[in-house]
Design a protein around this ligand. Structure first.
Ligand SMILES: [Zn+2]
Length: 190
């Protein structure tokens, strides 16, 4: 506390009671007080509040102690200011860290409800359009598939028919040929 900063000056105006640095006796008025030299300084500086003012302290000592207390309070203020500035810096840095990865918020609509309604309507219309287009697409796909299937079926059928015809012809021709032959043979034989 103050003792380490200003040991000799303040201790010049008091004596310790029972060898305790926290219990001191003013050399001017003999007033004893708890709280060490910091309380003695207030006593000598005529500071009202926590301690009785010294009635016998010389003016220059009072002035000295007042200036000292002002200095101490200024140092305290500076310390607190530095602390506050450090905290503010930390908060700013944290705020920057927080805000930088987040995308900027979308601008608020001027008339929320109306715009929302419009949005919903538009969305519904869009959904319908998408559904319709999907349906038509599906229909078209189905049509295409059907057409393909029809074509394939037609092709298959035609191929089968062709094959059947071929078989029939082969059979028919061969049989006919055989028949013809036999017929011919028979005819020939006859
Ligand atoms: Zn005194």
């Amino acid at each position: 506390m103050g003792r380490t900063r200003l040991p000799d000056k303040a201790w010049n105006y008091c004596t310790m009671v029972d060898g305790k640095s926290c219990h001191v006796c003013c050399i001017f008025c003999g007033h004893t007080m708890w709280g060490g030299v910091s309380r003695l300084k207030e006593h000598l500086a005529q500071k009202r509040g926590d301690v009785a003012e010294c009635k016998r302290c010389p003016a220059n000592v009072t002035m000295e102690m007042q200036e000292h207390l002002i200095q101490v309070s200024l140092e305290k203020e500076n310390k607190q200011k530095r602390k506050r500035e450090m905290l503010e810096d930390m908060r700013k840095k944290k705020g920057q860290c927080h805000s930088s990865p987040q995308p900027p918020p979308p601008p608020p609509p001027p008339q929320g409800e109306v715009v929302e309604e419009m949005d919903e309507k538009e969305k519904a219309l869009l959904d319908e359009a998408i559904k319709e287009s999907l349906q038509t697409h599906k229909m078209e796909e189905m049509k295409e598939r059907n057409e393909e299937a029809d074509l394939a079926r037609a092709c298959l059928e035609s191929v089968q028919l062709y094959e059947q015809e071929l078989l029939m012809r082969q059979n028919g021709s061969s049989s006919r040929y055989d028949y013809d032959e036999t017929d011919f043979d028979i005819d020939m034989n006859f």
